[in-house]
Design a protein around this ligand. Structure first.
Ligand SMILES: [Zn+2]
Ligand SMILES: [Zn+2]
Length: 377
């Protein structure tokens, strides 16, 4: 009894601590996109604003939101030219400093960033992993990008189609200058709800790293209706671990993809292992009698609905031409043998295209489902 009395204040502190962060019980959702061999798939948003530029929320609210939203890392990227603003006093480091303790407590990687804001050309650029935001010149984009390079920052071109007719990006001489001088290494192919297929093409052709970010200014819950599966655009970073150094290393190697409203966009070297770790054939070995059928059970372990199309050139069997497997569900797919299928055991490689895994601007990813069929004549 005495022991309990003595320890009540301590226990109270223990129980109260988590609630100092949140006004009520808080829940983090886990984003259902699997890791790939040798790498974790980190869910990152490298473009976020707070009241320290033209955003509408306080920095700690951004951290709270990001944790609940299943993010592993975010970067606060206040506009360079609007700091300090006339309503919120603070230097260019203030939003980061306010957010950092809470990010550390929640295990969220917080990256120090800034948005170098200039009209087109060359438009807006985010600099990540900067050291001293006070050294940036808001009036001269060349000096600002040179400063980012001097500080060892990682720089990407934001929303390249923004304010252009039909949101189709235009590549100006300034962009040739910036990328050829190594002043930027990446590009947003998705910003907020806009996907720029041409920017994706440029990234593939010029070996530029892909980004997809929310550029959120509002509160997350006002902009995204999570109850109907709506989510912010995010950059998937394939990193050896969840840390700032591992994220930086992965960005330097171009190990990214983009998750945007049911689409996964990126290079096949990352999308194929992502698909393979998402799809599990429960019964990979089936028996078919004559020209009978078998029910293949294919489970989707990810949250991304898989939209599959089969190739029409298959002579030994038939299979539905379009197969949709919602996130977290198992599809029963009818595989029917034709008269052409010989008797015996066959390892069938069923060619398919994953329509919503984009490995080119409008190009789905080719995959093969491997099934063993014991065909009894
Ligand atoms: Zn911008
Ligand atoms: Zn922005």
């Amino acid at each position: 009894m005495d022991y309990m009395k003595r320890n009540i204040p301590c226990l109270l502190i223990l129980f109260l601590l988590p609630f100092t962060l949140f006004s009520q019980n808080a829940y983090r959702k886990e984003i259902g996109i699997p890791d790939i061999p040798g790498h974790r798939t980190l869910k990152c948003d490298f473009h976020v604003h707070t009241v320290f530029s033209d955003g509408l929320v306080w920095p700690t609210v951004r951290v709270d939101e990001a944790w609940r939203d299943g993010m592993d890392a975010i970067a606060l990227t206040e506009h360079l030219e609007s700091q300090p603003n006339e309503d919120v006093i603070g230097n260019r480091s203030r939003s980061y400093e306010l957010a950092k303790p809470m990010a550390d407590e929640l295990g969220l990687v917080l990256i120090r960033g800034i948005e170098i804001t200039h009209s087109m050309p060359p438009g807006h650029f985010n600099a990540l992993f900067i050291k001293d935001p006070e050294k940036f010149d808001p009036n001269d984009w060349r000096k600002a990008l040179e400063e980012a390079k001097a500080q060892g920052a990682y720089v990407f071109w934001n929303h390249p189609g923004w304010l252009q007719p039909d949101e189709i990006p235009i590549w100006y001489d300034e962009h040739t200058e910036i990328f050829s001088k190594g002043l930027a290494q990446g590009m947003e192919i998705v910003n907020e709800r806009s996907y720029y297929p041409l920017a994706f093409r440029w990234c593939l052709e010029k070996n530029i790293t892909l980004f997809g970010n929310s550029d959120i200014h509002n509160s997350l819950t006002l902009d995204y209706e999570e109850w109907r599966g709506d989510h912010r655009a995010m950059t998937l970073v394939f990193a050896t671990e969840k840390s700032p150094d591992a994220i930086r290393e992965a960005l330097d190697m171009g190990h990214t993809a983009v998750y945007h409203t049911g689409l996964i966009i990126g290079k096949k070297e990352f999308l194929l292992p992502l698909f393979n770790n998402s799809i599990h054939i429960i019964n990979p070995s089936v028996t078919i009698q004559g020209n009978g059928r078998a029910l293949l059970q294919v489970q989707n372990l990810s949250e991304v609905t898989m939209v599959l199309e089969t190739s029409p050139i298959i002579s030994w069997f038939t299979i539905p031409q379009k197969i949709i497997i919602p996130g977290g569900k198992t599809a029963g797919i009818i595989l029917q043998a034709t008269k052409e299928m010989p008797g015996g055991v066959h390892d069938l490689k069923i060619p398919m295209v994953v329509k919503n895994f984009l490995v080119g601007p409008e190009e789905g990813m080719e995959v093969e489902l491997v099934v063993r069929v014991n065909h009894l004549l």
